[in-house]
Design a protein around this ligand. Structure first.
Ligand code: SAM
Length: 214
């Protein structure tokens, strides 16, 4: 196991996982945008932290680009794989949770998707609430110069994610960005703008993707 994997897992979570029992399912939101690949090219991150992965559309977009370019980047994918409130409220998304005795099975579909795509050497799944993930990584001295925030879209949660992940950024040449910076997600806009105002960091709008960088 590589260092980042063994920092989180005692046993490789992909080992013996019967991924062929699952069909590839690349459902997601905004995960295929070119901005992920552009930022990897520009920032050459050794470690990417993704907060909110769902079935891994954005994670696999990045990992495939990393693989195609022969980079040594690892991605830490943090998600509870339990869904946000919109996934429990909208029936088509609730169906995708595939409740098993009332408990979502998204994590297993994520693992299977990663293995179908052949990028399990790049993606490290970390199935915890975002702020717990941030504290765990912070306590272990992990830093990243590319952090993607796309977990809960409630204003307080987005704001807390920004506050908790900012200390994990490297001193320079970093980017933190996220999806749904648009009127349909006023909660995201308000949280990011509040964070920008309080920190004095400029918020850029890249066609509904918010970007903050040094
Ligand atoms: C919008 S989806 C992520 C979409 C994904 N980036 C893509 O490309 O399709 C949001 C994800 O955040 C996760 N999530 C919500 N609240 C969370 C929290 N507090 N901690 C960790 N994950 C959370 C949900 O389980 C869900 O999978």
């Amino acid at each position: 196991m590589h260092n980042i994997m063994s920092l989180i897992h005692d046993k490789n979570p992909y080992e013996d996982f019967p991924y062929k029992n699952f069909e590839l399912n690349k459902h997601g939101w905004g995960g295929n945008l070119p901005i992920f690949r552009e930022f990897i090219d520009k920032y050459q991150p050794p470690v990417i932290i993704e907060v909110g992965s769902w079935l891994g559309q954005s994670t696999m977009n990045m990992a495939t680009h990393i693989k195609n370019n022969g980079l040594n980047t690892k991605i830490i994918a943090i998600d509870t794989w339990l869904g946000g409130e919109e996934h429990w409220q909208v029936s088509k998304y609730k169906d995708m949770l595939k409740l098993h005795y009332g408990y979502p099975q998204l994590y297993y579909q994520f693992l299977a998707n990663v293995m179908h795509t052949g990028v399990q050497d790049i993606i490290v799944p970390f199935p915890v609430p975002s702020v717990i993930g941030a504290r765990f990584l912070s306590q272990r001295g992990i830093k990243s110069n590319m952090i993607y925030i796309d977990a809960s879209h409630a204003e307080i949660d987005v704001y807390m994610d920004l506050i908790h992940f900012q200390p994990l950024l490297t001193n320079s040449n970093w980017v933190m960005f996220g999806d749904d910076y648009e009127p349909g997600w006023q909660s995201v806009v308000d949280a990011v703008d509040k964070f920008g105002k309080e920190t004095g960091l400029q918020v850029e709008d890249h066609n509904k993707v918010w970007v903050i960088r040094d």
